[in-house]
Design a binder for this molecule. Structure first.
Ligand code: SF4
Length: 504
């Protein structure tokens, strides 16, 4: 599928044809997605959505020793401020004690630049980034305004490369180009593949003959573990522990990894993703360019999906029996630890809202590992990669499925009908649920554990704590009102979704 000859990769809308608006059951969603009849679903009213710029920026800025330039009016990326400080902490936690956190600049385009063009300002910003910070790489994030007025950031980068030591990496993350913010991951990987990998001038392999042979032997059992920016170091440690336990070595990319280490990506025997939404573009290209196969089917959340994930990796290396030994010992220990908690969770209901892959796996974990009852799942979008992680919910009419990027009005209506005991979602959607009086648990977080066997236990204990004392949320619900009219709660929550065909 190589798109690397293109300056701008295709959007998810073009490449994967996902669905972004749906209300119904799981079978209708899977069937409609397969038939392609949900792609043009829309809404006659939409409350808000996301811009891929922010997601691109979060991913790019996680990489240390880089500068990120927003080629933009100063407003674009201003909400990026919420990441100030935390990036440094996340990098430090991962052993980068000299981290200064993210450094970002804006070309601050104004009305005059819209007439005269913004390329000169971008040139100045790149030179300033080089002179002030001496980074290994400079990401240039293109936004709507320069895209509309026709600034050519690739051209600017090419002009400056002879005089700039840093690798200049253009990122085409204009918000208007896509309805699917996950396109951001393709954009950043596209830049990394074009300008950070494949620098064959650098010989990173050990020089001595023996050391070189040892290194090459090690590579045969080394995997690229692909993390995501919202993933904590604790989860990376847990997954590394499991992969080490079956005899594999692990290198982690792309988030929080120094850019000079990226050249080693192509030495690994296998790429191991934990999220297809994040990685399919990257792993396909690694396979095509460097012949590295990949594992992409699931996310290691919940015992079933951890088992599936680990066995897929093991099968590639022909070590299934060894992996089964590890899995059975870990599952037995976990079952014992969960026993008292399962009694507590019996009969408790829940509502899950997050990205496609995490949503399916986390909801499955809540039912299978904890014995809770899932009433509803919301996912930001749906594409072919969801089918494996949603397997548990096939044939189920008792779980409502809503595909929506944000759209808090739909969520509020659903919550008001379903009244779950607890809501698990992103911080943004959690605020709305909390104001309705529901206890909320963040469904991802860079300081807490979610993945592997440790993740199952930790999520269970956090849920138990919240459910034991929901008073804060109860009071918040009693003293807060959402901005929706009362009659909205009596209407069909999906009444603003336009389904082009009845997928069910
Ligand atoms: S949609 Fe365009 S103008 Fe708005 S923040 Fe994103 S890049 Fe900037």
């Amino acid at each position: 599928m190589s798109y690397l000859h293109l300056k701008v990769p295709p959007t998810r809308d073009e490449r994967l044809k996902p669905c972004h608006a749906y209300g119904g059951n799981m079978d209708g969603l899977i069937h409609g997605q397969k038939e392609g009849c949900l792609t043009s679903n829309g809404r006659t009213f939409a409350q808000c959505t996301g811009c891929q710029l922010l997601l691109s920026a979060v991913m790019a800025a996680s990489i240390p020793n880089t500068v990120l330039i927003f080629h933009a009016p100063v407003g674009c990326g201003s909400c990026f401020l919420m990441f100030a400080g935390v990036t440094k902490e996340y990098q430090t936690t991962r052993g980068n004690e000299d981290s200064v956190g993210m450094i970002w600049l804006s070309t601050n385009l104004n009305e005059i630049d819209v007439i005269t063009g913004g390329e000169t300002k971008l040139e100045q910003a790149i030179i300033e980034a080089e002179e002030r910070f001496h980074p290994h790489a400079i990401f240039v994030a293109n936004t709507c305004v320069p895209a509309i007025i026709g600034d050519d950031i690739d051209n600017v980068a090419s002009r400056l490369r002879p005089q700039i030591n840093a690798k200049i990496i253009p990122l085409y993350c204009e918000g208007f180009r896509t309805r699917f913010v996950a396109t951001a991951y393709d954009i950043v990987y596209h830049g990394i593949l074009r300008f950070l990998l494949g620098d064959d001038k650098v010989d990173w392999k050990p020089q001595g003959e023996v050391e070189r042979r040892e290194y090459e032997e090690r590579c045969k059992r080394t995997v690229n573990l692909l993390n995501v920016g919202s993933m904590g170091y604790v989860d990376e440690k847990e997954l590394t522990r499991l992969l080490n336990a079956i005899g594999l070595e692990v290198n982690i990319y792309p988030c929080f990894t120094p850019p000079e280490k990226f050249v080693k990506v192509k030495d690994a025997a296998l790429s191991v993703s934990i999220c297809a939404t994040h990685d399919d573009y990257f792993v396909e290209h690694l396979k095509e360019l460097y012949g590295i196969p990949y594992v992409l089917n699931t996310i290691p959340i919940g015992t079933d999906n951890v088992r599936l994930w680990l066995l897929e990796v093991a099968d590639f290396f022909g070590i299934r029996e060894k992996a089964l030994g590890v899995i059975e010992a870990e599952e037995a220990e976990l079952r014992e630890a969960l026993k008292p908690l399962r009694t507590f969770f019996e009969g408790k209901t829940t509502f899950v809202s997050t990205g496609e892959i995490r949503a399916g796996a986390q909801a499955t974990m809540l039912e299978q590992d904890l014995g809770m009852k899932v009433l509803a799942i919301r996912t930001h979008h749906y594409d072919k990669f969801g089918d494996v992680v949603f397997d548990h919910f096939k044939g189920r009419d008792d779980v409502t499925i809503n595909v929506a990027t944000a759209q808090p009005f739909e969520q509020a209506n659903l919550l008001n009908r379903l009244k779950p005991d607890i809501f698990l979602g992103h911080t943004g959607s959690n605020v709305w649920a909390a104001k309705q009086g529901y206890p909320v648990l963040s469904i991802f977080g860079p300081v807490n554990s979610y993945m592997g066997y440790k993740g199952v236990f930790e999520v269970a204990t956090r849920l138990e704590r919240l459910l034991q004392n929901p008073e804060f949320f109860k009071t918040l619900g009693e003293t807060t009102t959402l901005p929706f009219k009362e009659h909205w709660y009596d209407e069909d929550p999906y009444s603003y979704i336009q389904q082009t065909l009845d997928a069910a």
